[in-house]
Design a protein around this ligand. Structure first.
Ligand SMILES: CC(C)(COP(=O)(O)OP(=O)(O)OC[C@H]1O[C@@H](n2cnc3c(N)ncnc32)[C@H](O)[C@@H]1OP(=O)(O)O)[C@@H](O)C(=O)NCCC(=O)NCCS
Length: 338
């Protein structure tokens, strides 16, 4: 049975059941990824940016003969964001290829259509069943990134210390656990705005204006995801010349996510990219003792960044793709009676 589900009011048994399904999916599809923990999972599934909405449904197995409710074997949510609905679907490996995935997509797609949105996007991990699944539903591939993973036990720490100090004269680095200080938010937003057109995917938009940036940091904290930032400041102007962002999620605190790294055009060629990333790893080593890996996503065309990541020890892992589909076409394909 598929029913609409609100993670804010769900019982802790239900949250636990979603977690079990998520971890069974990870074990089947991405066995090298760490299993998720319950820490802030409810908040992760509930909290959104101002102006966005997430709607969720679950599919339950049959109840036990003693009346115990069935486990949650499927989960779908759609984040209504701008003019697109961003979909995420999970089906427990024990019940795959029975049509449940298709049913969950249809449920969410009907709602997205009713809400007046025209397209649905989804992130699809390369080399998993999701590729054939979404292609069978008519989704088209829009954008491809490579995920790379850094194993912190293999890092050459003395070399990294040298890299962190290798920034040109006239710049200094600042470590900001929790996010940039409020007095630097505007300069920070300006640095991010400069690269807004450089090949970002659409499903994980960055925040470019100061208020949106504050909202986005606040949302991360509410979802149990702790941001860390290293800034390169240009001493003469006080401008943010470069920045790098890493988030440590309570749901998988042994593996952090590298978000944006930006070096503003006028400040390229001074070793900032290498230095801020190296400094970040050095800081995380003491700030997050549980951390053993960092993962990052890069457009395949971004050769300069791939080169720095390779020097730091990142290893390419797999493709990470964005797919999209026209909602009306999807609903029609899945339910031709309408
Ligand atoms: C992708 C996923 C949702 C599919 O769920 P499902 O219930 O097995 O899908 P369905 O049974 O509705 O399949 C519909 C169609 O998709 C295609 N398909 C699905 N899985 C496939 C596979 N492994 N190989 C080839 N085609 C496949 C088939 O055309 C299938 O129709 P058919 O069974 O009649 O041939 C499921 O595998 C899943 O949860 N994957 C994890 C997704 C994810 O987000 N992962 C991220 C963290 S790892």
């Amino acid at each position: 049975m598929v029913r609409e589900w609100d993670p804010r009011t769900a019982s802790s048994d239900e949250i636990g059941s979603v977690l079990e399904t998520l971890n069974a999916v990870l074990a089947a599809d991405l066995p090298q990824d760490p299993p998720w923990r319950e820490g802030s999972l409810r908040e992760y599934l509930s909290e959104v940016m101002p102006g966005e909405r997430r709607i969720s449904w679950v599919a339950e197995g049959s109840p036990d003969p003693d009346g115990t409710p069935g486990r949650i074997l499927g989960h779908v949510h759609v984040l209504l964001l701008g003019d697109i609905g961003v979909l995420e679907v999970l089906v427990h490996p024990s019940v795959r290829r029975t049509g449940l995935g298709r049913q969950l997509v249809l449920t969410a797609a009907r709602r997205v259509y009713q809400e007046g949105f025209r397209s649905i996007g989804v992130e699809v991990v390369g080399d998993t069943p999701a590729v054939a699944f979404y292609e069978s539903l008519g989704f088209a591939r829009e954008y491809v990134e490579t995920r790379s993973v850094l194993d912190l036990t293999s890092v050459d720490w003395p070399a990294l210390t040298e890299m962190a100090g290798g920034v040109g004269a006239g710049y200094h680095l600042e470590f900001c656990p929790g996010g940039p200080p409020d007095e630097l938010i505007e300069a920070y937003a300006r640095a991010k705005a400069e690269v807004r057109d450089v090949g970002d995917g659409e499903l994980r938009p960055s925040s470019y204006d100061p208020q949106r940036l504050r909202d986005s940091l606040d949302t991360l904290h509410r979802r149990g995801m702790k941001p860390y930032i290293v800034l390169a400041l240009h001493e003469q102007t006080g401008e943010v010349a470069g920045l790098t962002e890493v988030v440590v999620p309570a749901q998988h605190p042994t593996r952090a996510d590298q978000y944006d790294t930006i070096v503003v055009q006028d400040h390229r060629g001074y070793g900032i990219d290498r230095a801020i990333k190296a400094r970040m790893l050095l800081e995380l080593r003491s700030a997050e003792p549980e951390l053993v890996e960092v993962q990052t996503w890069n457009a395949q065309a971004n050769e300069a960044m791939l080169k720095v990541n390779a020097e730091l020890g990142y290893r390419p892992d797999r493709e990470w793709c964005e797919y999209s589909v026209d909602v009306a076409e999807l609903v029609h394909r899945l339910d031709p009676t309408r």
